[in-house]
Design a binder for this molecule. Structure first.
Ligand SMILES: Cc1ncc(C[n+]2csc(CCOP(=O)(O)OP(=O)(O)O)c2C)c(N)n1
Ligand SMILES: [Mg+2]
Length: 556
């Protein structure tokens, strides 16, 4: 009988799950996985920092709905990846981290890179285990996929000690799992669905807010039909952005831009969105204090977080919306008048969001809102935008119109600066024929800029547009607001030629100072066919309400 080693067993399991890439940085503890990849269809995308590999795996998971796989070596390789796992954990993104470890036989001998990794990662993952037997590696990898993909998505973790990984065993000893995942997603209790619909029917001014849960359930078509059937404003947030086509009159964009409408609602139907940061913790103006709330979530533990919910239904958003649609068809109702009364107001609000800010028309210094408008007008309809940075990220989320889901990626509630370049690389890998652009604060640009080397090596021509205010802007504005001028600490970064760093790595770079130069620079950057950096100098004095909110953190 043939023998196999642990690396082969990992790769067998990944291939069975349809994995195409692993995001990684090399190390002695994971060599046998690399070797098995060479003889398989799986390509190793090696980054310059494990954090970036983890971020790429998260973005891959968000874009495909299946866990992105990150493989890192023991000890420092693992600790470098932890930030990426933490971000994926807060964003409910499907991702699998496989890490090497010093050998079981060397435990407590002060061997190379020995660390109790599982204790560090436990709070960040849905499920995490150490594999102690080579013959069970395939089985444990299958378990990791089951845990990662069942119910609410999130990161999972597998640690394989180097002696377990390198051991060769007889093929006949290997446990090969089969039929290890559910084929169908959970629907909600019928009575709950009927109660929810009854509240919706009675409401005078209802709205829907759909989030990442609706995206991961693939509920776009159902959401579109349901919005149209009962005529309600549909807001979308996080990975749910773009679930309705942007020209659908029911698509009201992000809740952040629709606060005026939301503030007048008497019922909110939450579909796969948590009542956390981006939902103002469920408080006004996101959700009026006296509004009724119906919440649908795949994770019952999310229902009623931060505020009272009138009806909570646990289950998959697509399944539940499907049932609701059938029930409304049997007994139709519509909120057309209310919907019509707010549609124009919302449209106007969205139109003037960027152009209405003072300084928008100025040539120099460029207003960040102007930068976003220029980017938005330039990009093709299927482009993917990644938002990174402090104020820059907020301007991007406010400024972009997202035609389809998965076209705007930001760090999510973990607020992790530095995701931009790795997220963009994963997006380009997934969609080589589409424009991929990441906006970026100058501070954030510094965190993972070496990944332009990864971009060059794997021919991933992303475009990074830095909104350069020569500082950690969001924090500078919040310090100013809280402590006054003259009390700034640790915020200034100076004028750095980031475009030259990218040029030095082999990419394309340009500096931009005037508003009218933005569009031609974007054209040249994309036409270059290389990974590119536009270093755009923007108005240092412009902050965002989010920055001011930060200044009040802890003062309540
Ligand atoms: C990894 C990480 N470190 C620190 C912070 C705290 N932080 C939030 S916003 C911000 C400033 C970001 O500056 P920049 O990237 O230049 O964007 P700008 O606000 O200037 O647009 C900082 C340091 C964070 N969110 N993430
Ligand atoms: Mg900045």
């Amino acid at each position: 009988m043939a023998t196999v080693d642990g690396g082969r067993l990992v790769v067998d399991a990944l291939e069975r799950e349809g994995v195409e890439y692993i995001f990684s940085l090399s190390g002695g503890h994971i060599n046998s996985i690399y070797q098995a990849c060479l003889d398989s269809g799986i390509r190793v995308i090696d980054t310059r920092h494990e954090q970036a590999a983890a971020h790429m795996a998260e973005a891959w998971g968000r874009l495909t709905g299946k866990p992105g796989v990150c493989v890192v070596t023991a000890g420092p390789g693992f600790t470098d990846a932890v930030t990426g796992v933490a971000n994926a954990s807060q964003s409910n993104a499907p991702m699998l981290l496989i890490t090497g470890r010093s050998g079981v036989s060397e435990a407590e001998t002060l061997s190379l890179q020995e660390l109790e990794q599982i204790d560090i990662i436990r709070p960040l993952v849905k499920w995490g285990r150490v594999v102690y037997e080579t013959r069970r590696i395939d089985e444990f990898t299958a378990m990791a996929f089951r845990h990662g993909m069942t119910g609410r998505p999130g990161p999972v973790f597998l640690e394989i000690p180097v002696d377990v990984l390198n051991r060769k065993i007889d093929e006949s000893e290997v446990i090969r799992p089969e039929g290890y995942r559910p084929q169908y997603r959970p629907g909600g209790a019928r009575q709950g669905i009927e109660e929810a619909l009854e509240l919706l029917r009675q409401a005078k001014k209802p709205a829907i807010i759909a989030g990442s849960g609706a995206h991961f359930a693939g509920a776009g078509r159902e959401l579109e039909s349901f919005g149209r059937l009962i005529d309600v404003p549909v807001f979308t947030g996080n990975m749910g952005l773009g679930l309705l086509p942007k020209d659908d009159p029911h698509a009201f964009g992000s809740p952040m831009v629709g606060l005026a409408v939301l503030a007048t609602c008497d019922l909110i139907l939450l579909l796969g969105t948590r009542l956390g940061l981006f939902m103002g913790q469920g408080k006004p103006p996101f959700i009026p204090a006296d509004a009724k709330v119906v919440q649908v979530d795949i994770d019952g533990a999310e229902i009623g977080r931060n505020r009272k919910v009138d009806v909570g239904v646990t289950g998959d958003v697509k399944e539940i919306l499907g049932e609701m649609i059938e029930l409304v068809r049997e007994r139709p109702f519509s909120h057309f008048e209310w919907f019509e009364s707010v549609r124009k107001q919302a449209e106007e609000g969205r139109r003037s969001l960027l152009t209405g800010v003072p300084g928008f028309d100025r040539e120099e210094p460029i207003h960040p809102a102007r930068l976003m408008k220029e980017i938005r007008d330039f990009l093709e309809d299927d482009a993917i935008v990644v938002a990174d940075g402090g104020d820059t990220q907020v301007w991007t989320i406010l400024g972009m119109e997202i035609p389809r889901p998965g076209q705007l990626l930001s760090s999510g509630p973990f607020g992790c600066l530095g995701v931009g370049i790795p997220f963009a690389l994963a997006a380009k890998l997934r969609y080589p024929d589409r424009q991929v652009l990441t906006t970026m604060g100058d501070g954030s640009a510094g965190l993972n800029i070496m990944e332009f080397n990864t971009a060059l090596r794997f021919d991933l021509p992303i475009v990074m547009v830095i909104s350069n205010d020569c500082s950690w802007g969001m924090i500078r504005h919040s310090q100013n607001a809280a402590y006054g001028q003259g009390r700034l600490v640790g915020c200034e970064l100076g004028d750095v030629s980031y475009e030259k760093i990218v040029e030095a790595l082999g990419g394309y770079g340009e500096r931009v100072n005037r508003a009218r130069e933005i569009r031609p620079a974007l054209e040249r950057a994309f036409a270059s066919g290389k990974p590119a950096c536009l270093n755009v100098f923007t108005d240092r004095e412009v902050g965002t309400p989010m920055g001011l909110m930060l200044s009040q953190l802890g003062s309540a």
